[in-house]
Each structure stands twice: as structure tokens, then as C-alpha cells.
Ligand binder design. Structure first.
Ligand code: PXL
Length: 277
């Protein structure tokens, strides 16, 4: 069985980060090790959340794993809360990188043109330099815009604009860049990616579903990472992830709390796992 490590926070309520990565990656029959970077009472879109920073645990946990000669087929990072955490995770990646394992970075920082609470342009710049460690990066348009110092364009852009963003994202040093939440025509939403090793582009679009839901980026990244580790091609892995997110949203449409609480990806897990039967 493949073994991956995911490094992100655990938000106790509000399905995102570790509470979605763990069930989704495990459901694809992959051992899912975790390095929680912080414990929050909820994710940061709620008011008054608690935040227990676990930064000081990272180095001793890593030292123990090195001593035990533990290895990972992938390291998947999501929400990281501080510059210091990025420094430590960068070191961990250097120590656990092999010729074969996959470094998958979701530079979680914002959505809909805005950074999440607690992040600023300097943090986006640090995240951009962190992306040089990655084999695959999966920013949304907001995160890409901040990392590249480009104005956020919500709609009305063309393929050339996205190609240009992808080229600039590769310039950060990742081997594969995938932009999520791309829409060239009203009613269609999808992903466009580029593999610098072949120069090949890939994309996958679906009919857009109503509304914005919290945590879908984490559901998407977890499913894509799982499919890549289960040896699906880039295009197939991202299509599987997009279908899974769409089915999760479908399952949530009549749940009025979901915008904050996250999508009911649990309902969509049975068809997701069929991809790996
Ligand atoms: O879904 C991304 C995410 C992860 N972790 C925390 C968050 C968010 C988005 O708001 O607040 C703590």
C-alpha cells in the first residue's frame, strides 16, 4: 500500500484541511499519515475561532520519523499558518524527498479575489517561493494572482490569459501547474494544467453548479493527489477530482448550512472509490 503524508491544520468543525484529506485519501486505499500544524475550533471563516499553534512539534516529529527511516510516496501540503511553518515544512520536504516521491503543494491562502484572515502579500510571496519545492501545485485564480502579483480577474479572460498565468506559475519552479476554478464561458467551470516536462497542457470542464462552498478546494486537492498516487494520468486525476467535487456539491445543494460548514463529500465517496476498485 502506498503511504503519503499530509501537512495542514485540523479545523475541528467546518469540513476542510485534515478532516477532508484523511477520509478522502484513505478511501482511495492509500495510507494517510498526518502532520497537524494547528488545531482550530473551526476554520477561519467563522467568527471567534480558537487557534492552537503546533509549530514547535514539527521538528521533533520529523526527527523521530527520520530516526525510524519512515518514507512517504507523497507529501501533500495545504493550509500553512506562518512563515516559520513554511520554513520547517520546506526542510522536511528536503529531508524526505526521493527520486520517486511526489511533492504536491496546494498553496491555500484565499478565494474569490481575497486572502483568508491572517494572510497578506508577504505571505503569498513566501508561498510562491515554497512552490519551487513542488512537483505539482494547484492554486486557484486568487492564489495564483497573489503569488504572481497580477490583478485578480474574475471573469471575461481568455485562454491566452490562463496560458500566461500557467507559464508564470511554472516559473516559480514547480514541474506541473494546475489552475482551478477556471471559466472561459458562462456556465462552464474547470481546471487547466501544464506539465513543464512535456510542455503538454490538459484541461477538464463541467457544467458549473450554483454557489460557492467552503472547503471544496481541499476536497479537490485531496482527491487529485489520491488519484495521482493511484497512478492515474494528470488529466484523469484532475477529472476524477472535479467530478468528485461536483457530486459533493450536488449532494449539498439543499443543505443551507453548507456554505460555511463545507460540502457533503461523504455522500460522494462511494462513487469516488469506484475509480480505484
Ligand atoms: O479550506 C481552506 C482552509 C483550511 N484551513 C483553515 C482555513 C481554511 C479556509 O478558510 O481557515 C484553517
Amino acid at each position: 500500500m502506498k503511504r503519503i503524508l499530509t501537512i495542514q491544520d485540523i479545523s475541528c468543525v467546518g469540513k476542510c484541511s485534515l478532516t477532508v484529506a484523511l477520509p478522502i485519501v484513505s478511501a482511495a486505499q492509500i495510507e494517510t499519515c498526518v502532520l497537524p500544524t494547528a488545531v482550530l475550533s473551526t476554520h477561519t471563516q467563522f467568527q471567534g475561532f480558537t487557534f492552537c499553534d503546533l509549530t514547535k512539534e514539527i521538528a521533533p516529529i520529523e526527527a523521530h520519523w527520520l530516526k525510524e527511516r519512515i518514507s512517504f510516496d507523497a507529501i501533500y501540503t495545504g493550509y500553512l499558518g506562518s512563515f516559520e511553518q513554511i520554513d520547517l515544512v520546506e526542510k522536511l520536504i528536503d529531508d524526505f524527498k526521493t527520486d520517486d516521491n511526489l511533492i504536491f503543494v496546494d498553496p491555500v491562502m484565499g478565494d474569490a479575489g481575497k486572502l483568508y484572515v491572517g494572510f497578506d502579500q508577504a505571505f503569498a510571496d513566501r508561498m510562491a517561493s515554497f512552490c519551487s519545492k513542488a512537483d505539482v501545485i494547484v492554486p486557484n485564480l486568487t492564489e495564483a494572482s497573489f503569488m504572481l502579483h497580477m490583478p485578480y480577474v474574475e471573469t471575461g479572460y481568455d485562454e491566452k490569459y490562463i496560458d500566461d498565468l500557467l507559464e508564470q506559475l511554472l516559473g516559480l519552479g514547480a514541474k506541473v501547474a494546475v489552475l482551478t476554478g477556471v471559466s472561459f464561458e458562462k456556465g462552464q467551470l474547470g481546471v487547466v494544467g501544464i506539465d513543464s516536462r512535456t510542455g503538454r497542457k490538459f484541461s477538464y470542464f463541467r457544467d458549473e453548479l450554483e454557489g460557492r462552498y467552503h472547503g471544496t478546494g481541499d476536497v479537490f486537492a485531496s482527491a487529485a493527489l489520491a488519484a495521482l498516487i493511484r497512478e492515474r494520468s494528470l488529466r484523469d486525476a484532475f477529472a476524477i477530482a472535479a467530478d468528485f467535487v461536483a457530486e459533493s456539491i450536488q449532494a449539498t445543494l439543499d443543505n443551507p448550512e453548507s456554505r460555511r460548514y463545507g460540502v457533503d463529500f461523504e455522500t460522494a465517496l462511494p462513487s469516488f472509490v469506484k475509480n480505484f476498485a
